[in-house]
Design a protein around this ligand. Structure first.
Ligand SMILES: C[S@@+](CC[C@H](N)C(=O)[O-])C[C@H]1O[C@@H](n2cnc3c(N)ncnc32)[C@H](O)[C@@H]1O
Length: 402
């Protein structure tokens, strides 16, 4: 190994470069602050061993700094790119002087090299938890998990002997691509179980409410749920969150190929529920265990027919972007030509506003919304929404329930 490849400490730069200066590709990699803070809060109430937090692919260091701030633990970030390593140093420099921090430019797989710096520079030489958010190809489903950078297996092998194993086993938080296919998820799980036999493991699916899964993480040891299992989280804008948890795969209700009828209650469900396999937890959280019909399995807009309105304070509400009573079926798919008759239907149903929740050409979306709003503008009524019929080729106009 040449000297330039050896891990080296990086100092922060006064008035150092901002992430915004580093181009789209880096900004895309940076974990949003609200997610960093949520994770740090989650870790703060879990049981992890003594020691420092290690992020061997630290990027901007934002997540690591959030841990340092919340947990008061020492932090070590390793980053291959010299420029990003400076960002990491800058982020860590925002922590108070009582917290030992190290930003290292080098290969996160080089555990020996990193640990020799740690032994020389830090008071704390035990690793409490490892957080890793590897870079991954954009179309993650078509790549092998060994294409993560750094690759997961060699990374965990490199650090396995250095990680403290508390009473609950090693604490890992692996921040993976939400687009991983089921087979890839099984491969990840197999690696973790092989390297850390018997450790508790929880998969967490996180949504910020934008109609997609935002993050998919594996938590082990003190960071996992006691019964392992699966959890899905809806993180709200103010940093608060709701969670559903359960065992994936213990619910085999079929997706049924039926459309709702007028009067039934149709719900759009957050995709984290269906993708995590927690449909049963959703039903229970809605107080309707076994009484929900799952009618449309989609990545963006899964749909269910509920047995009754969602109780005001039920957990499943946070995982239901919108639900309402079906008022009318409208043939065809949404287009500009049908807006007059759609508005007439809305008025008949007592609706003064209709949210578009069905498929719509993005180029036409604003035009359609504005036109519909202007036709309905003067009417008095309630809120409604329009969704595609699960079977396609028609739409359902629904009255929103509170
Ligand atoms: C997804 S980013 C991490 C982003 C980070 N969570 C943040 O919020 O900024 C992954 C990072 O791993 C770095 N990386 C890739 N291979 C690495 C390796 N072998 N050792 C250290 N860092 C590596 C990349 O340069 C990239 O900055």
């Amino acid at each position: 190994m040449s000297d330039s490849d050896r891990p080296r400490i990086v100092d922060s730069e006064a008035g150092g470069s901002r992430i915004a200066d580093d181009g789209e590709s880096f900004r895309r990699l940076v974990t949003p602050e609200i997610v960093c803070d949520f994770r740090a809060a989650q870790v703060s109430i879990s049981r992890i061993p003594e020691g420092f937090v290690l992020d061997p692919a630290a990027g901007s260091g934002g997540q690591l700094a959030a841990y340092g701030k919340r947990l008061g633990k020492s932090c070590v970030g390793v980053e291959l790119s010299p420029r990003r390593a400076v960002h990491c140093a800058n982020s860590l420099s925002t922590l108070g002087g009582d917290i030992d921090t190290l930003a290292i430019c080098g290969d996160g797989l080089d555990s020996e090299g990193v640990m020799s710096i740690v032994r020389e520079k830090m008071r704390d030489v035990k690793i409490s938890m490892l957080h890793v958010d590897p870079a991954r190809p954009l179309d993650a489903q078509n790549h092998s998990i060994s294409e993560m950078e750094p690759p997961l297996r060699p990374l965990l092998e490199a650090w396995s002997d250095y990680l403290e194993s508390g009473e609950l086993g090693v604490s890992l938080l692996l921040d993976l691509s939400p687009r991983l296919a089921p087979k890839q998820r099984m491969e990840v799980e197999a690696i973790v179980r092989e390297l850390f036999p018997g450790v508790n493991l929880t998969w967490e699916w996180l949504s910020r409410g934008g109609g997609r899964v935002d993050r998919l993480t594996v938590h082990t040891g003190g960071l996992a749920q006691e019964d392992g299992g699966v959890r899905c989280v809806r993180l709200h804008r103010d940093g608060s969150f709701d969670a559903l948890s359960g065992k994936a795969g213990d619910y085999h209700a079929e997706w049924v190929d039926i459309d709702p009828v007028v009067g039934e209650i149709l719900a759009l469900v957050d995709p984290v529920v269906t993708q995590s396999g927690l449909r049963m937890a959703y039903e229970k959280g809605a107080g309707q265990g076994g009484r929900v019909k799952w009618v449309h399995d989609s990545d963006r807009r899964p749909m269910a027919i509920l047995d009754e309105e969602l109780p005001i304070n039920c957990t499943s509400r946070a995982f239901t972007p919108i639900h309402g009573r079906v008022e009318e079926r409208i043939e065809g798919s949404l287009n500009l030509m049908m807006l007059d008759s759609l508005a007439a239907s809305a008025m008949r149903c007592g609706l003064s506003k209709v949210q578009i929740r069905c498929a719509c050409d993005p180029k036409m979306h604003t035009k359609i919304v504005n036109r519909l709003d202007s036709i309905l503008g003067e009417t008095e009524g309630e809120g409604g929404f329009l969704v595609d019929a699960p079977g396609g080729n028609s739409l359902f106009l629904c009255k929103k329930l509170p």
